[in-house]
Design a protein around this ligand. Structure first.
Ligand code: CA2
Length: 146
């Protein structure tokens, strides 16, 4: 059976391509999702997508992924730097997790240098722009083969 990768995005990423293109690029979230499903199909994977501006909704999406997905790609956005709840939810998920940041958080303000989610992530991609999501899918494909 084809394995599904849940691609989860946190607060304000629904604005991708509409504001701050110098930091986050010109692609909209829909553009990114379309490219992810094409890339995943080429890797023999399926995708499902979820974006929310609410922490609890992201926690619930991770819970759903326990039954519905073999792996998670997550950009928790600002919750990266604050959310023990998202870390705890990811710790209850069994498959591979790749954390993605569009910008290079390490070149930015100090408060963006710490990630709660990195304590669980199998890989972290930062600073590759929206290409980071498809790079993450390639890594997931390798991890799911192992
Ligand atoms: O670089 C990333 O992907 C971030 O996760 C993006 C978050 C930021 O809080 C993290 O430190 C790094 C912010 C997402 C905001 O997304 C926007 C996109 C377009 C326009 C405005 C905001």
């Amino acid at each position: 059976m084809t394995k599904t990768v849940a691609i989860l995005n946190g607060p304000n990423l629904n604005l991708l391509g509409r504001r701050q293109p110098e930091i986050y690029g010109a692609e909209t979230l829909t553009d990114v999702e379309t490219r992810c499903s094409d890339t995943a199909a080429g890797l023999g994977l399926e995708t499902c997508f979820f974006q929310s501006n609410h922490e609890g909704e992201i926690v619930e999406a991770i819970h759903r992924a326990r039954d519905e997905a073999a792996a998670i790609v997550i950009n928790p956005a600002a919750y990266t730097h604050t959310s023990v709840a998202i870390l705890d939810a990811l710790n209850a998920f069994d498959g591979p997790v790749v954390e993605v940041h569009i910008s290079n958080v390490h070149k930015r303000e100090d408060f963006r240098h710490h990630s709660y989610v990195s304590a669980r992530a199998d890989a972290v991609i930062a600073g590759c722009g929206t290409q980071g999501y498809t790079l993450a899918l390639h890594r997931i494909a390798t991890l799911l083969e192992d």
